[in-house]
Design a protein around this ligand. Structure first.
Ligand SMILES: [Zn+2]
Ligand SMILES: [Zn+2]
Ligand SMILES: [Zn+2]
Ligand SMILES: [Zn+2]
Length: 121
């Protein structure tokens, strides 16, 4: 989780920065349009986060279910350790996948945002 936090903080900067600068040079209409564009991008971003969080929660439920199911059988300490190592590895892999998806989503949004500004320059 610490990885995704750092990335979203990084990528939030350009959008917020441009939003702050925009009103100065723009006529009223352009400003409204730009705001609408940003709101659209933000809404998309929000939706992406919700999707990623839902995926993450589902994954946690799966892992918990697998853990619970395994505990219905007798396990030696060593088997239990091995089980947890495997569950942790799966969880780690899932996080990496979610982070990659998150990063890709941000890149897409940044590209869209960049395109918008290139057109309107
Ligand atoms: Zn994000
Ligand atoms: Zn913008
Ligand atoms: Zn997790
Ligand atoms: Zn356990």
């Amino acid at each position: 989780m610490k990885i995704s936090l750092r990335k979203s903080a990084l990528l939030a900067i350009p959008v917020a920065g441009l939003l702050g600068i925009a009103p100065l040079g723009f006529a009223h209409d352009e400003y409204q349009e730009h705001r609408a564009e940003h709101q659209g991008l933000n809404a998309e971003h929000e939706a992406q986060h919700e999707e990623l969080n839902a995926e993450h929660n589902a994954e946690h439920e799966d892992l918990n279910a697998a853990h619970w199911a395994a505990h219905q059988h007798h396990m030696t300490r060593r088997q239990h350790r091995r089980l947890h190592r495997r569950l942790n590895a799966e969880h780690e892999a899932e996080h990496q996948e979610l982070n990659a998806e998150h990063r890709a989503g941000h890149q897409e949004l940044n590209t869209e945002h960049q395109d918008y500004h290139d057109y309107n320059r």
